[in-house]
Design a binder for this molecule. Structure first.
Ligand SMILES: Cc1cc2nc3c(=O)[nH]c(=O)nc-3n(C[C@H](O)[C@H](O)[C@H](O)COP(=O)(O)OP(=O)(O)OC[C@H]3O[C@@H](n4cnc5c(N)ncnc54)[C@H](O)[C@@H]3O)c2cc1C
Length: 433
């Protein structure tokens, strides 16, 4: 996604010491740089650089598992699919991406997983981190060492406080899952939204997890069939039998249903990929946050659908994902290490991810116009007060960190670990200003 930028040089460290050496050389040269894990963040210069040094962590792929403690370690290279495959041999997994191809930078932004309703965000399972500070010093961040750094690195954003070169995490059991996609035609739009809402309000089984996605193609509708639209559910149950957990979804007439028993590596390679992965285009994310007890979450769908109709031809694909944040998730988060950098307010609430993918080769003027229009559409539905925007789904201009109740504390931690603004000046990332 960030592949259109051209670094003048790339380094491929294989150890924390290599990262330290690279950072000190970059500092001496006063060069711009970027830190890249798997490069999925769509914000400009977050993991890419023009005329600067790319620190590509992809060679750092050592993983270990200790059966006596059930703790695991992984380095930042590779994709979560590789990490899941490694731990699967022990009947274990880690809390990470819902798609195999996403990288470990996800966990530094919190990390929303199908397992999150049981175990919290990906970062909540961190037990210790090895971090190369902007000074080049290699330190440990844990509940007993550099606790402030350990706090900030659990959801307070990648590439702000240093480079994480090793994650020690609590692994989780990985047995047989019951999971799949259900695809509906556009007529079921409201019925599915009701089912998503009811799931978040009434489901009490944290082993059940869903994503509800609405898709619009920028191409013409195909007449009354409206083949340009689809509603796709991702349903995942941690266990071989989901009981009635998904009954509200299977009872709505559908086109396709792929529910069945799967391993966890199969769950993250669902037959229908998330639109973000499928489009492979120039993708931009935006995020909203809504509570369940007012109508703003459904207003978001109306406003987005109307925008997609009105702007046909200017985008290739747009999607809206409903990501439930149940109380079990926020309880699990807050019960580990005192909670993460978001200090997640008690669920239930929704994070909504808006995606726009633009056609290749459009002019700068058209690109800027359609992005501005998309931004205005998302901004037209106010977010719920007192809830954090999810930085993994946010656009840079949404200034998502400033919505955290802990923002002042994160600003102070940033200042402590990046005292001369080396990272703030020479690489991209979230603003602390
Ligand atoms: C197809 C797709 C699916 C997604 N699915 C999910 C999902 O299921 N759950 C979810 O929470 N999010 C999801 N996201 C959002 C995703 O979490 C973010 O885009 C995340 O930034 C991706 O991490 P990465 O390693 O792939 O990307 P990168 O762009 O390489 O890294 C992201 C940021 O973290 C920094 N960074 C990475 N590694 C380190 C490190 N070791 N030390 C310091 N800084 C570092 C980078 O500099 C960059 O700023 C998805 C995104 C896409 C495009």
């Amino acid at each position: 996604m960030q592949s259109s930028y051209n670094p003048s040089c790339a380094v491929y460290p294989t150890s924390a010491q290599d990262v330290s050496t690279a950072l000190q050389a970059i500092r001496a040269a006063k060069s711009r740089f970027a830190i890249k894990a798997a490069g999925h963040n769509p914000n400009t210069f977050y993991s890419s650089v023009n005329a600067g040094v790319l620190i590509d962590l992809n060679q750092m792929t050592t993983r270990t598992y200790d059966a006596s403690t059930t703790l695991g370690t992984y380095e930042p290279g590779g994709q979560f699919g590789d990490i899941y495959n490694y731990f699967q041999q022990y009947g274990r997994t880690v809390v990470g991406a819902r798609l195999a191809g996403v990288g470990t930078g996800l966990a530094l932004g919190g990390g929303l997983s199908y397992l999150s309703p049981q175990y919290g965000m990906a970062c909540d399972s961190f037990r210790e981190l090895e971090v190369v500070l902007p000074s080049g010093q290699i330190v440990t961040a844990s509940p007993t060492q550099n606790q402030d750094l350990f706090f900030a690195d659990r959801g307070g954003g990648g590439n702000a406080y240093g480079v994480v070169t090793k994650y020690t995490v609590q692994t989780r059991p990985s047995g047989t899952f019951y999971a799949g996609n259900i695809i509906y035609v556009f007529e079921q739009t409201n019925a599915v939204l009701n089912a998503i809402h009811n799931f978040l309000v009434y489901n009490t089984d944290p082993k059940a997890s869903i994503i509800g996605t609405y898709e619009y193609l920028g191409a013409p509708s195909g007449g009354s069939l409206q083949l340009d639209q689809a509603v796709i559910m991702f349903l995942v149950y941690d266990g071989p039998d989901a009981g009635n957990a998904f009954a509200n979804f299977t009872s709505i007439p559908y086109l396709v249903n792929t529910l069945g028993q799967k391993t966890y590596p199969e769950v993250v390679n669902m037959p229908v990929p998330l639109s973000t992965e499928a489009s492979r285009g120039d993708n931009i994310f935006r995020v909203q946050v809504h509570r369940v007890n007012d109508t703003s979450y459904s207003k978001a769908l109306q406003v987005w659908s109307a925008w997609c109709e009105a702007n046909k031809g200017s985008y290739s694909l747009s999607s809206l994902e409903y990501q439930p944040i149940p109380k079990s998730l926020t309880d699990a988060s807050n019960s580990q290490n005192g909670g993460n950098a978001m200090q997640m307010p008690s669920g239930p609430w929704f994070w909504l991810n808006f995606l726009i993918s633009t056609p290749p080769g459009i002019s700068n003027a058209s690109y800027n116009a359609i992005q501005a229009s998309f931004r205005n559409m998302v901004n037209s539905v106010p977010n719920a007060a007192g809830l954090p925007l999810f930085i993994n789904d946010a656009n840079h201009d949404q200034n998502a960190l400033s919505t955290f109740s802990t923002y002042k504390k994160l600003q102070a931690i940033k200042k402590k670990y990046d005292p001369d603004n080396f990272f703030a000046t020479y690489t991209g990332g979230w603003s602390f200003a």
